[in-house]
Each structure stands twice: as structure tokens, then as C-alpha cells.
Design a protein around this ligand. Sequence first.
Ligand SMILES: Nc1ncnc2c1ncn2[C@@H]1O[C@H](COP(=O)(O)OP(=O)(O)O)[C@@H](O)[C@H]1O
Ligand SMILES: [Mg+2]
Length: 419
Amino acid sequence: MKILVLGSGGREHALVWRLAQGGHEVIAAPGNPGMEREARCVPVALTDHQGITDLARAERVDLVVVGPEAPLVAGLADDLRANNLVVFGPGAAGAQLEGSKAFCKQFFARHGIPTARFFTVTTVAEADAAIDQLAATSAGVVVKADGLAAGKGVVVAENVAEAKAAAREMLEAKRFGAAGATVVIEERIIGREVSVFAITDGNTLEVLPATEDHKTIFDGDTGPNTGGMGTVSPAWTSADVVDRITKEILQPTLRGLRADGIDYRGVLFAGVMVDAGGAPYLLEYNVRFGDPETQPLMARMMGDFGKVLAGCARGHLPHGVLAWDPRVAVCVVVAAAGYPGTVRTGDPITNIPDERDGVVVFHAGTAKKDGHLVSAGGRVLGVTALGVSVQQARERAYAVVDEIDLAGKQVRRDIGARR
Ligand SMILES: Nc1ncnc2c1ncn2[C@@H]1O[C@H](COP(=O)(O)OP(=O)(O)O)[C@@H](O)[C@H]1O
Ligand SMILES: [Mg+2]
């Protein structure tokens, strides 16, 4: 097949790499320098729906795979489908699950999906009342901007004052602009997190191996949240926990989407908190693959992924095509100086070793300047290694991380250490 992958991050590089390995011809837009080995990169912006449509039609691609959330929320998949293209990724109606946390929470409530108790507010007075009420009856309060905020719109508050200040920042100071005009206030769930991905054609689901992210910038889960500093697959979760997530969260979601008249063809990425008793609570949905969860998933995946994605896009997900390498995969993110605050870019990146047995370096925030590779974003590379144990995968990943030269590089040293 000829497949167009949209996006330019580490997630998309991993998707491109996997699809190319499966023998497909891959085009990436806009792509990144790391993808050039496996794909032809075409510099069209994802906000340019007409340009993407023209590219897909001119190239007569069999399938378009949309990587990031923003174009899905903006209706890119709808526009492509309106031009008779086969698209993996939900339309704008389904993408609201990620585009609006208020919509998402109301969806969970409507369809009986376990989630933290919550209030949706639009004024400071409502926010204060909701915070007081939840603080009196729960382990803590979490304040969330409704709209897309690149992983920076959530405050897990230490106390009532911090929660109220966060709500004010969003509602009054307009810290997130329109994305913070509505705010979700919810109870804090104490537990351990896991990312669970299901791909769906709108009728059936295929659940992929659970994956664990490391969200904060510093070791020991300290410091501010990032887009994700490293991942391990499979995650810590037992088969029982994954089974509960499938039955209590993913399957009711698919039924709910159908009941609401939403034709959903793409990824359901459940961000789940599992409490000490093994009960899962859905924190949020994302409507696309995770970054950096996709990197270890693609490292472990076997079977014709292109066939599965195209089947989903056409409404007939073929089951039994995918298999999984039993080894553990660890992805360690190499981030730029300053991340997740103001990022320094333009630093030379050298000494990236060639792909070697079981270790692959996915590019994210990289660019070519005068023929040389330089940093161009917060998360620069994702070094992804397979191992017979998590220890071996960690050792292999960190050996390559340490070979790579990037001034001021930031790396967490404890990816996969908590086992
Ligand atoms: N109700 C909650 N209880 C405990 N922690 C939470 C809760 N909601 C969110 N979090 C924490 O905040 C992080 C970000 O929240 P999430 O809803 O996933 O938003 P986003 O990924 O859009 O920033 C989660 O990964 C989790 O660590
Ligand atoms: Mg999240």
C-alpha cells in the first residue's frame, strides 16, 4: 500500500518506521529528518487541509494516518473523507473526546464509565464552590482547562488554595485562552497510571499492550509535567487490570459512541488511574496514538500494521493480524535544554549511532540546518530499545542515550526503574 502519515514527531517517526518495515511505501507530511530513511517527506502544514487533501489525491494514497490531535479536532479527517480518501483517525465529532474535557467527562457520566467525580464550571464562584465541596470529601482536587493545552492545562493541586489559584489563572487571567474558558474540577484519584490503546473501526476493538509513561521532567516523578519523558511496554498492569479496563471502560465507550451516533475510526487512548484495589478510573481520552508510548509499541509490534489501519479506516478491522514481540521495550526521551519551559533550539546533534540490533532512535524535535542535524523542539529524540528484561532494555537504551551529543540534553535516568 501507499500510506500518507501526517505529523512530525516521535510518534509519527515510529509509525512511519513500522509501516515501512511492513513493506509499505510511506509518505510523511511534514515529517522530520529521521523519517527520511523510511519515507518521502513533503513539507505541507497540517493546518492546510486543502494542501493535505491535494497531496493525498495527487499521490493516490491508499490510506492517510493522522498522527496528532489538533488536526483531528479541527476536522481534517472529515475533510479528507469528504474527498473520498481512506482515513485512520476520528472526525471532529469523535475528536471532541480529547478536544473538550467537559464533553469527555459528560460522555463518561452518560455512558456509565468509571471516572473521578467532577464539576464543569465557567466562573470563579462556581469553581470555588466545586473545589470546597470536592476537597471536603476526597483525597484532593484536580483543575483542568477544558480545551487542548499541549499537556500543560492540568493542575493536581496540593491544597485548596492552589486549586483555587489554578482555576483563577484559567478563568480570569485566561492563561490558556479559550481553552480555559470552561474548567473541569475533579476529585483526585490516588493510584498508578497506565496508558491503554485500542484501535477501532467503530464496531469492534483491538486492545494493544498496556504502556507506562513517565510524565514529569525529573527523576522520581518530580518537577513539572511534560509531554512524556519515557515509556515502557508492557506496563506494570496484570491481565486482570487490563481486562477490567477493557470491560469497564473501552467497551462501554464504543457502545456509547455508537449510541451517540459517532462513527469512530481510529485510536482510543485511555489514560487510566488504577487504585490500590485494582479499580480503574478513566482520567481522559486521547483520540490518537500516544507520544512517547507509540515508540515502544511499534518496536514490539509484529504483523501487517498497514492492513490493520486500512481495515479500521474502511470499517472492517481485521483481528488476529497483529502479534507482539514478548520482549520489553523501553523508550528514553532526550529533551532539549529548558524543556518543558522555554526551550533552547538550534543545538547540533551528533553521534547518533546507526540502528542496531533491538535499538532504534526515533526523531521528534529535530531539523536539518546547512546539512547538519540540530534540535528544533522540546523533545528531540526517543531512544527505544528491546530487551529480554526491563533491565536489559534500559541498559541498551541508556548506552545509546549516552553516546549521543546534544548540548544541555535532559534525560530521566529512571525510565522503567520502578518495577
Ligand atoms: N483525577 C485525577 N486524579 C489524580 N491525578 C490526575 C487526575 N486527573 C489528572 N491527573 C494527573 O494529571 C495528568 C494530566 O491529566 P490528563 O487528564 O491526562 O490531561 P492532559 O494529558 O490533557 O494534560 C494525568 O496524567 C495524571 O497524572
Ligand atoms: Mg493525559
